[in-house]
Design a protein around this ligand. Structure first.
Ligand code: GLN
Length: 206
């Protein structure tokens, strides 16, 4: 059937916790591959951008010549899921970046890096995510960014009790401030794979 010949889902493996994402996608039965080179990124049906350090990921992406390919594929509608640093890479605007820091963009949001400061380097919280239903998502935040401004094209999926937005979607794009790949939480990746399936079905239509 069509499923067996579908292009794999890529996990951007320049830097960060890409192995954890590959493991989660594998548990969900997806054909997931680590990608680093432009031609590898051309061939995927969806892309996960892992957590790590966005300023380093940005430099590596430009050095290895993948930034422009990722940007173009996002503009063409490629489903992309970014966690933490990956969400920073997806944001149209990055606040508190290092000098000259760039993102791929695509998500109509302004994201603030390291938004919880040195006092609260990491913490965990249970989040209601109506789109995913019960139970709440146990979210792990590590030097996490937040969505400081939500543009009209983006939609909040989850917020902290004080209203700070920490998960967003916009069409085929998905971003979370936290790391579902580090816990037993599979629902965000499944939600993302649903976007990949919809996108792949659309593009193979005659
Ligand atoms: N603080 C990191 C950055 O700016 C993100 C941290 C993470 O991905 N866990 O990229």
């Amino acid at each position: 059937m069509a499923g067996s010949s579908r292009a794999p889902v890529g996990v951007l493996a320049l830097q960060g916790d890409f192995r954890e994402h590959l493991a989660v996608l594998g548990r969900l039965g997806a054909d997931a591959v680590a990608v680093r080179r432009p031609e590898e990124i051309e061939a995927v049906s969806g892309l996960v951008i892992p957590g790590g350090e966005s300023s380093v990921m940005d430099k590596l992406a430009r050095t290895f010549g993948v930034a422009d390919v990722v940007r173009r594929r996002i503009a063409e509608g490629l489903p992309v899921y970014g966690t933490c640093a990956g969400m920073i890479m997806l944001a149209d605007t990055v606040l508190d970046g290092i000098r000259g820091q760039q993102s791929f963009g695509g998500l109509d949001v302004a994201v603030r890096r390291n938004a919880f400061g040195a006092q609260t380097e990491s913490f965990e919280a249970d989040l209601e995510v109506p789109e995913l239903g019960d139970p709440p998502v146990h979210a792990v935040f590590i030097r996490a960014p937040v969505v400081a401004e939500l543009g009209p094209r983006a939609r909040a999926l989850a917020a902290l009790p004080d209203g700070t937005v920490v998960a967003v979607e916009q069409g085929a794009l998905l971003g979370t401030s936290f790391h579902p790949e580090m816990t037993d939480e599979l629902r965000f990746h499944r939600y993302f794979l649903d976007k990949v399936a919809v996108s792949s079905a659309g593009s193979s239509r005659p």
